[in-house]
Design a protein around this ligand. Structure first.
Ligand SMILES: Cc1ncc(C[n+]2csc(CCOP(=O)(O)OP(=O)(O)O)c2C)c(N)n1
Ligand SMILES: [Mg+2]
Length: 196
């Protein structure tokens, strides 16, 4: 007799397989500009199993939940729920103070990171060795996606010279890091990510 659970379990297996088929090409993509999943795969290869990721709002939050394997309890700290921007950077510094022997990485979007730029100075002054992985897509792109989905257009969610010619705008985050005496690294292309 076929148990009632079997069709249900088959459905779950199929849903999982469909999901992996959808997301795997994004995780392994070598496109430029890179997908939001791709740097996460590169990070996972170099981060210790008990390394801590602290994740900000926007697209990165979903991508980490969907694609970043977590191996140990309390190594994935995410703002969740209302998902406040400006939280992940200081929260990561707090995690490092609590667990100084662990690797700690804040994974944040450019909009989120720019809400806590001064914290770089705090990190340097207090010797808090955290990595800030900033995924810069030049905008509040998760909001842009929502605007387009529900209203068919977007307003003020891409960073551009709204008062001028509309040209794209991007803060030079690496220069901001240098100005705060942090050590910046910048990457546009995935082929420079040797560890991946
Ligand atoms: C303090 C605060 N203001 C506004 C929001 C609404 N909000 C959620 S995600 C987001 C955009 C985040 O931009 P970014 O960090 O660049 O990530 P992206 O969406 O581009 O992936 C905004 C404005 C919020 N979560 N917190
Ligand atoms: Mg962004």
């Amino acid at each position: 007799m076929v148990s009632r659970r079997e069709p249900f379990l088959a459905d779950v297996q199929k849903a999982k397989a469909d999901w992996r088929a959808l997301v795997e090409p994004r995780e392994n993509s070598r496109e430029t500009p890179f997908t939001s999943q791709r740097p996460l795969m590169a990070l996972r290869k170099v981060l210790d199993r008990d390394g801590i990721v602290v994740v900000g709002s926007g697209n990165t939050q979903g991508s980490v939940k969907q694609s970043f394997p977590i191996y140990e309890p309390r190594t994935h700290i995410t703002s969740g729920s209302y998902s406040p921007m400006g939280w992940a950077v200081p929260a990561a510094m707090g995690a490092k103070l609590a667990k100084p022997d662990r690797q700690v990485v804040a994974i944040v979007g450019d909009g989120d990171f720019m809400m806590s730029l001064p914290e770089m100075g705090t990190a340097v002054m207090n010797g808090i060795n955290v990595v800030f992985l900033v995924l810069n897509n030049q905008g509040y792109m998760s909001i842009r996606g929502g605007q387009r989905k529900f209203m068919g257009r977007h307003i003020a969610s891409e960073f551009s010279h709204h008062a001028g010619n509309g040209a794209p705008y991007s803060a030079d985050i690496a220069a901001s890091a240098r100005a705060s005496a942090c050590r910046p690294g910048r990457s546009r292309r995935t082929k420079t990510w040797k560890a991946a």
